[in-house]
Design a protein around this ligand. Structure first.
Ligand code: FES
Ligand code: FE2
Length: 306
C-alpha cells in the first residue's frame, strides 16, 4: 500500500492554535503551515513560491493572511498572494496549495487526497463535546510512532489480540462496514493494570481511514477520539482525547486515571506495531475477527479514481 489514504486527518487540537497562531506541520511527507485567522484555521503548503522560505517558521498572521518571514509577501487562506509590499504587480503564479480544513469537536482536520478530490464525507459532530455534562477533552499526542496506519486500523477486526495484549476478555464482538464507516462493537471485561475488574461495552466507529469515535459504557460513560496522521511512509502521530460523563466530584480524578490507562493501552499496541511486519496473506483461523473484510474496507481509501 503505497502513499497515503484519502480522508480527513487531525493535524492539531484546537487549543494548540491560538488566535493569529502559526505552526509548522509535517504530514503526508509534506511541509505545511497551519495558521488561524478570524475565519478559523487554514493549511497551506509551507514553502513560499517566491524564494522558498518556510511560512511556518517566523511567518505571522496579518489582515487575515499569512506573511512570509523572508520578504513579507502575504498569502490568503486560499493560498493566493494578496500583497507584496515592494511590488506594483503580483505575479499570477504566486500561489500555494491550500488544503480543505474543518475545525470540529475541538480538533483541526485536513482533507488529504492524492488525486486532489474534494471532501467526500462529513466529519460527524460529537453531540456531547463541550457540554456541561461532559468533562473537557483530555488530549494526548504520541509523536512519531514508527508504524503504518493500516496496523492501527486493523484493531477494528482483531478480536484475538484483546486478551493477550490488553488483558481483556471479549464476550461479544461485531464489525459493521458501511461506505466510509467501520464500526466495532465489543462487550467485555477488562482488568486494568492498577487493579480491579471492569465490565464495559464499546461502540467504536472509524469515519474514513484516520479517525475513530468510541462511545464506551463501563464504570462511567466516556467518549474517546482516536486519530492517526502519517508524517511519512514510516511514521505517524497518534492522537487521542477522552471525555467522561460527569457523575459526582470524583469524575475529574477518574478522568485522569482513565486517560493514563488509555495511554498505557496504546503503548501495549505500539510495542507490537513498531516491530511487526505486515502480512499480505496472513494465515487466519476461525477464532479471528473479520480481518479480510476490514482490509477490503480500508483499501477503498487508496483507490486510484479517488
Ligand atoms: S521567500 Fe517568501 S517572500 Fe520571499
Ligand atoms: Fe489494541
Amino acid at each position: 500500500m503505497k502513499g497515503f489514504p484519502r480522508g480527513w486527518f487531525i493535524v492539531a487540537w484546537s487549543r494548540e492554535l491560538e488566535e493569529s497562531g502559526v505552526r509548522p506541520l509535517k504530514y503526508f511527507g509534506t511541509d505545511l503551515v497551519l495558521f488561524r485567522t478570524e475565519d478559523g484555521p487554514a493549511v497551506l503548503d509551507a514553502f513560499c513560491p517566491h524564494l522558498g522560505a518556510h511560512l511556518g517558521i517566523g511567518g505571522c498572521v496579518e489582515d487575515g493572511a499569512i506573511r512570509c518571514p523572508f520578504h513579507a509577501w502575504r498569502f490568503d487562506r486560499q493560498g493566493k498572494c494578496v500583497d507584496i509590499p515592494y511590488a506594483s504587480k503580483i505575479p499570477k503564479r504566486a500561489t500555494l496549495r491550500s488544503w480543505p480544513v474543518v475545525e470540529r469537536n475541538g480538533a483541526i482536520f485536513v482533507w488529504h487526497c492524492p488525486q486532489g478530490s474534494e471532501p467526500a464525507w462529513e466529519i460527524p459532530i460529537i453531540q456531547e463535546y463541550d457540554t456541561a455534562e461532559w468533562t473537557p477533552w483530555r488530549d494526548n499526542c504520541l509523536e512519531g510512532v514508527r508504524t503504518h496506519p493500516r496496523e492501527i486500523v486493523e484493531n477494528v477486526a482483531d478480536k484475538a489480540h484483546f486478551p493477550v495484549v490488553h488483558r481483556t476478555r471479549v464476550h461479544r464482538f461485531e464489525n459493521h462496514y458501511q461506505d466510509h464507516k467501520a464500526t466495532q462493537v465489543t462487550h467485555g471485561t477488562a482488568t486494568p493494570p492498577q487493579g480491579g475488574v471492569d465490565e464495559f461495552q464499546i461502540e467504536a466507529t472509524y469515519y474514513g481511514p484516520a479517525f475513530q469515535v468510541s462511545h464506551m459504557d463501563g464504570v462511567l460513560k466516556s467518549i474517546l477520539l482516536l486519530a492517526h496522521t502519517p508524517i511519512d511512509e514510516q511514521s505517524l502521530d497518534l492522537r487521542f482525547a477522552v471525555s467522561l460523563e460527569r457523575s459526582g466530584p470524583r469524575t475529574e480524578q477518574f478522568a485522569e486515571f482513565y486517560a493514563e490507562n488509555l495511554r498505557l493501552g496504546f503503548h501495549e499496541d505500539i510495542q507490537i506495531w513498531e516491530h511487526k511486519v505486515y502480512r499480505e496473506r496472513p494465515r487466519i483461523c476461525d477464532g479471528d475477527g473479520p480481518i479480510g473484510r476490514l482490509r477490503t474496507w480500508y483499501r477503498q481509501f487508496y483507490a486510484q479514481d479517488g
